[in-house]
Design a protein around this ligand. Structure first.
Ligand code: HEM
Length: 138
């Protein structure tokens, strides 16, 4: 993926040529701005800047993250490793704007589930053992 410098991002902050960065990914949102359900101005105001906080504050849907008319230009300089870490947690370009909190949830889901299953299995064996022992005593 192309690395976009902070200076290059800042050069695209004008109306009709608007890039924003969300979680280290730089998107050209020029075509989308007139169609934005939250109004064009709020997105325009984030032009040439990092808009991660504003984007998440609006609680966007998965559909919004996958909006087709935004164009991924590259990774913002300094965010390369962060974006690599999203990839390791299962993110790819096809998912659109990453949802880092959700990515984290998914990765911790597996160990939690494994521990739960293991505890359940130990409990079942212990119960079977106790039942067998109490039957033997009668
Ligand atoms: C990648 C850029 C963006 C895309 C693709 C996008 C897309 C959307 C979509 C599809 C919706 C409709 C509701 C939903 O499906 O979640 C929405 C709503 C909204 N967006 Fe965005 N958005 C973007 C950036 C932003 C930014 C930077 C802000 C704030 C500065 C913002 C603020 C809002 C607000 C406040 C709403 C709620 C509108 C309402 O329900 O009245 N969006 N956006």
């Amino acid at each position: 993926m192309k690395v976009v410098s902070q200076a290059e991002l800042e050069q695209h902050g004008t109306s009709g040529d608007t890039w924003i960065a969300v979680h280290g990914l730089v998107y050209d949102v020029s075509k989308f701005i007139p169609e934005h359900p939250g109004g064009g101005q709020v997105v325009q105001d984030c032009g040439g800047k990092d808009a991660s906080e504003e984007f998440e504050d609006a609680l966007h849907s998965t559909g919004a993250r996958m909006e087709k008319s935004i164009i991924l230009k590259g990774v913002l300089e300094g965010w390369e490793q962060k974006v690599e870490s999203y990839r390791k947690l299962g993110w790819s370009e096809s998912q659109g704007v990453p949802d880092p909190d959700h990515l984290k949830e998914k990765s911790s889901g597996f160990p939690v589930m494994a521990v739960g299953l293991a505890a359940g299995a130990v409990g079942a064996v212990a119960l079977a053992f106790l039942m067998a022992r109490s039957r033997g005593k009668q």
